[in-house]
Design a protein around this ligand. Structure first.
Ligand code: GDG
Length: 469
């Protein structure tokens, strides 16, 4: 089997024999170990003199490099996280566009491709991850790299009307079409991409996910990312930590727990969620003192301005809810900005009666799948899930909510808190069937099988006339 070369914005620091952290790292790690290969990307450091460092552990070489301050500001904080992230999450209102930052984004992609080139062998297969690296294949082609290159987008792909708000959208999408295979989380995302290719570029849409645009033949398909349900269940079962931290009031009397775990990000809908919880306590007084809400939200991208703003907003809201409802022995809302060990999270998921996952937009949302996989099959909790999470396409047996509907979310929480055991079990079993079917290994193997398979030969099915501008 040909070697695999994985390129992602950040490379997870992995040492042999040690547990690896998140879902993506585990999925990619197993594929790299099986075929041998290279994991290449930014080491997370900002330094004046970046230097490529290669470290080989077993069959995997970790090749990492720092970024200088200008590259970090323009490529990472700028175009990636202040333009692409908000626009791909439908938040044009939070996006800014700066031409220098876009130039920086292109420059860093070129620099990364140049650094990777000497490490490549002729039959290596390259798998590039996420929105930071959209032009990466184009830069590789410019350098004469002819290897098979695939890309997986972890975040949503927006409808063309939103995407075209990015001034160089055409140039950006042209570079996107240099990949041999483009993977999306859901069919909705793939369809949005196809709409752009058909309407804006007059590309050719063929059978079997094949497309031709800007003179390139490629395929675009959806591959929903999954989790490892058995590992999660074992971890959750074995967690014997401070179980009393949830499920009890100070007085020792039992109460139900609602849990949410998200990076502190405006796309995750935390402000709307806090509002819905307040509405629950307001509208359904019988739940007061009987329920507590645990929100774990480790900070992320704290040097991007919009992230500082949302943090202040949430602190005010949390203080307001606790000030209004807390009692001597009952704190309605526990809001923690710290990250926690994975085994603690899985144990908390299992102990919580409700998993509340309500992003305003999310590529997939692994927390939704992790919460379900961690449950006790004999007494499972209820997943309350936003219709705007990619996971809602598969987990249709969750209680599906619209995160913009504060009262509707409060009613859904009330319903979930009262849900009888039989209904909870039915919903859990139906969700587990999907979670097992589309697990993390399946996601990775399906993508790599298609990437290593025969090259795309598009058949013309439809070509849309050019739009009047
Ligand atoms: C992007 C897309 C897509 C969270 N807090 C802690 C912690 N986590 C873990 C969760 C979960 C992961 O981080 C978060 O994954 P999500 O999928 O929920 O969200 P993003 O970080 O935005 O990920 C998303 C994903 O890529 C994969 O394709 O699903 O749509 O936005 O695994 O459990 N882990 C630990 N401590 C924490 O405090 N250990």
């Amino acid at each position: 089997m040909s070697r695999l070369v994985v390129v992602s914005n950040r490379v997870a620091p992995i040492k042999e024999g040690k547990a690896v952290a998140g879902g993506l790292a585990v999925g990619v790690f197993d594929a790299l170990r099986d075929s041998g290969g290279v994991w290449f990307g930014w080491n997370g450091e900002v330094t004046s003199q970046p230097k490529l460092v290669c470290e080989t552990v077993g069959s995997i070489t970790y090749a990492t490099i720092g970024l200088n301050k200008r590259d970090y500001d323009q490529y990472y904080r700028g175009f990636s996280n202040a333009t692409l992230w908000p626009i791909f999450h439908y938040r044009i209102d939070l996006a800014r566009y700066n031409r220098d930052e876009y130039e920086g984004y292109r420059r860093v992609n070129r620099m990364l491709a140049e650094q990777l080139k000497p490490l490549l062998q002729p039959d290596d297969v390259l798998w590039i991850h996420d929105y930071h690296l959209i032009p990466f294949a184009e830069e590789c082609r410019q350098l004469g790299i002819r290897n098979r290159i695939g890309f997986f987008l972890h975040i949503p792909f927006p409808a063309p009307e939103i995407l075209t708000a990015i001034p160089p959208h055409n140039e950006l999408l042209k570079t996107f079409c240099s990949y041999d295979l483009i993977g999306f989380q859901t069919e909705v995302d793939r369809q949005a991409f196809e709409d752009y290719i058909a309407r804006e570029v007059r590309g050719l849409i063929g059978a079997d996910n094949a497309m031709t645009a800007y003179g390139h033949d490629f395929r675009a398909k959806h591959y929903p990312i999954g989790v490892m349900p058995d590992e999660i269940r074992k971890t959750a079962e074995s967690y014997r930590g401070r179980r009393n931290m949830i499920g009890r009031r100070e007085s020792g009397e039992p109460c139900e727990t609602i849990i949410s775990v998200d990076r502190l990000d405006y796309s995750k809908g935390l402000v709307e969620r806090f509002g819905a919880y307040e509405e629950l306590l307001d509208r359904f007084p019988e739940h007061r003192r009987q329920v507590q809400f645990l929100q774990i939200a480790p900070t992320s991208r704290s040097d991007v301005k919009t992230y500082q703003h949302i943090r202040q907003q949430l602190e005010t809201q949390a203080g307001h809810i606790n000030g209004r409802y807390a009692d001597l022995d009952w704190m309605p809302l526990h809001y923690l900005n710290k990250s926690h060990e994975r085994k603690i999270l899985m144990g908390l998921f299992r102990a919580a009666r409700i998993g509340l996952v309500t992003p305003l937009r999310d590529g997939m949302n692994l927390v939704a799948k992790e919460y379900v996989a961690a449950q006790n099959p004999d007494d499972p909790g209820v997943l309350v899930l936003s219709r705007f999470a990619g996971a809602a396409r598969e987990l249709s047996s969750a209680v599906i909510v619209n995160p913009y509907d504060r009262v509707g979310m409060a009613e859904a929480l009330d319903r979930a808190l009262r849900m009888p055991l039989e209904e909870r079990k039915d919903r859990y079993e139906s969700m587990m069937r999907v979670i097992r079917q589309n697990d993390l290994a399946g996601w990775r193997d399906n993508f790599l099988r298609d990437l290593r398979g025969p090259a795309s030969r598009p058949v013309l099915l439809r070509q849309t006339p050019a739009r009047a501008v």
